[in-house]
Design a protein around this ligand. Structure first.
Ligand SMILES: *Cc1c(COP(=O)(O)O)cnc(C)c1O
Length: 395
């Protein structure tokens, strides 16, 4: 088995050699005077990726889950109501985290494969005339189902109801891969992490926080220590950290931002769209169905694909791993056994995507799936040839 094979899981993503090198640095003293020059520019430069000029970027040594926890513990109090829709494993986990923190979690149950229901949010918010709901929580990209939700529509629903709740968005598997417009969408807290669109090792929760969320912090009484915005911002103000920072990741993030800037964010988004569309053409050629219910919900970072009736997706992903040494995403929660996932985010090229499609095709053929070997690869090749960006035609 070769460790050169890419992974096709929707995070952690493949780490470009350039970023692995950038993270390979010897210990340095985070209390030395030059740490200021390391940390502050990185936080500042992240703002572009979040689409904010008003927000403050805050990072914790953690994974995305810690980012969820930081978002709620800094701004809410025990018993506060939050409104959230459940349409996949990640929205489910955020619900669980809120419940364990003693919040009054008002859940809108949705089909897995659908997205954030702006109309149902509007109804619930209009009915909440006492403004008990302190925050609306939305999973931007539901990684379990491959569904991207419309955050602008949720903001419009909140404004339509004239509701003052905070809007918190989990963009862990979308940020730096698809557009995110924090200021335009009136997002108060956006949660992300180092190991998906930023192409780094796991270990940083990266958040952007609006002035309104910072103001909410003052009256909020949920306990927080490690994840305290106040402690972190206080230390950051002098270029420092309240405890030991993940130095290698901070260096990595600086380099990742260089890479994103060199490619250009719009080109990064266009590349993700194009690669995702190639995968979707392959899925159609196989005669299989996406979990995402309609094209407006298709995620450009991950596709969840139903296996045909009578097949088990866990057996397929196991086989791909054992026979070919390649990881694909397993079905999570309600999708266990029913769907597998192809992650197509981070540092990915056409060549890599085609190798993944070819591999999963072989695995399906080995297990007697009713697909034609080569059909998905050919559909993606055809699309990639025809949609080749003009710039690369001369190459
Ligand atoms: C990956 C992911 C998370 C965070 O998971 P961690 O394993 O804690 O980093 C949160 N939400 C979504 C949508 C994700 O894809």
């Amino acid at each position: 088995m070769s460790d050169q094979n890419p992974v096709f899981i929707p995070g952690p993503t493949n780490i470009p050699d350039r970023l692995r090198r950038a993270m390979m640095v010897q210990t340095r003293d985070h209390r030395a005077p030059d740490f200021v020059d390391t940390l502050l520019p990185v936080l500042e430069r992240c703002k572009t990726v979040f689409g904010t000029t008003d927000g403050t970027v805050i990072t914790f040594p953690s994974s995305g889950t810690g980012g969820w926890e930081a978002a709620i513990t800094n701004t809410l109090s025990p018993g506060d109501a939050v409104l959230i829709a459940r349409y996949g494993m990640f929205s489910h986990r955020w619900i669980d985290l809120c419940q364990r923190h003693g919040l009054d979690v008002r859940i809108i149950e949705c089909d897995w494969g659908s997205g954030a229901p702006a109309d149902k949010f509007a109804e619930a918010l209009a009915a909440d005339t006492a403004h008990d709901i302190k925050a609306v929580l939305v999973t931007h990209n539901e990684t379990a189902t491959g569904v991207l939700s419309d955050i602008g529509a949720v903001r419009a629903a909140m404004n339509g109801a004239g509701h003052p709740a905070l809007l918190m968005v989990d963009a862990v598997s979308s940020l730096a891969s698809v557009p995110f417009r924090m200021d335009d969408w009136g997002v108060d807290i956006c949660v992300s992490g180092s190991q998906k669109g930023f192409m780094l090792a796991t270990g940083m929760a990266i958040l952007a926080v609006s002035p309104k969320a910072l103001a909410a912090m003052e009256g909020a009484t949920l306990p927080r220590t490690f994840f305290s915005f106040k402690d972190m911002m206080g230390a950051n103000a002098n270029g420092g950290f309240p405890y030991t920072p993940p130095l290698q990741l901070i260096y990595g993030l600086s380099e990742a931002l260089d890479m994103l800037e060199e490619e250009g964010l719009d080109n990064v988004y266009a590349r993700h769209h194009r690669l995702a569309e190639g995968v979707r053409r392959a899925v159609a050629a196989w005669g299989l169905k996406l979990v995402a219910q309609s094209p407006d919900l298709y995620s450009d970072t991950v596709s969840a694909i139903y296996v045909p009736e009578g097949f088990n997706s866990d057996a397929l992903t196991d086989h791909a791993f054992h026979a070919y040494g390649v990881s694909f995403g397993v079905g999570l929660g309600q999708m266990k056994g029913r769907a597998f996932r192809i992650g197509h985010l981070g540092m990915l090229t056409e060549t890599m995507v085609l190798s993944g499609l070819a591999t999963i095709e072989m695995a399906m053929a080995d297990l007697d799936y009713p697909i034609t070997l080569g059909s998905g690869v050919a559909a993606a090749q055809d699309y990639f040839r025809k949609s080749r960006p003009a710039l690369s035609k001369a190459a």
